[in-house]
Design a protein around this ligand. Sequence first.
Ligand code: CP
Ligand code: NVA
Length: 312
Amino acid sequence: MKKDLLSISDLSSEDIRLLISGAVDMKARGWLSLLDRKLLAILFEKPSLRTRVSFEVAMRQLGGHTIYLSPGEVGLGERESVPDVARVLSRYVNAIAARTFSHQTLEILASYSSVPVINALSDLEHPCQALADLFTIYEKKGELNGLTLAFIGDGNNVAHSLMLAASLVGMNFRIASPTDYRVQDRILHLAQDYALGSGAEIFCTEEPRLAVSGADAVYTDVWASMGQEAEAERRRQIFGSYQVDGELLSLAKEDAILMHPLPAHHGQEVTEGILDSPKSVVFDQAENRMHLQKALLAEMLGGLEIPLAGYR
Ligand code: CP
Ligand code: NVA
């Protein structure tokens, strides 16, 4: 694997298979002494529940330690330049998990850091979420190749990483978004390139019903991401017909699963209560963040050969 994980495009399909296999293994084995005397800095410009806690628990369960630097604490790019923060942290810790607004901030951090930098969410991508999501789909369905994932809503960071990851592993990806809220062209073209190699089909539409029809997994996310709070009301109007409700979900396969990275806005992108329905796997997704990140940290920091126990 590359030194840093900033984008799903830093991984090959083989890397993704290895990480999913590692997550299967980590989930079965629990606490392990693999990262004794290793330190992870968690450097966040935005709030978090799952990402922060799952990284903290992942490190502790592997025998390592974390240092959490909250939004505003470091003044990334304000109190101190991003290159200087990268060079200083590299003298103290073995890796940095960073959550930033601008994706470019992460790229600068990584280029000046001598230790691995992991994207813990930027405005462009959320690769750790997408990897845990593929692991969750694999757990529920026993395969990825040839399945169909339908994403309903904003062509945002979560959609970008999922689209790239699905197209690498041969999973069909459909996305329904309003015209001005589609995925970025550059990401779409990259995914289309990957799909040529994997056999995945990529389909973009404005019509949620077309995307969901016959899908194995239905996925949605908030309409206004962190940093877009001022647009929230306007987005509520525009995305009104993109709400995932029981009727839309009934167009997917009978055994389809419902996915959301959380936090959710109940009554907006999903109807009240639908995330508590039997089809919903959202809390498995949240738990799997930790298992997948244990495999990732072991691979990046431990130089561990992860046995191909589960995923093929
Ligand atoms: N899904 C996710 O990344 O959640 P947090 O923003 O709480 O970390
Ligand atoms: N798209 C959301 C994901 C949160 C996990 C955001 O960026 O706020």
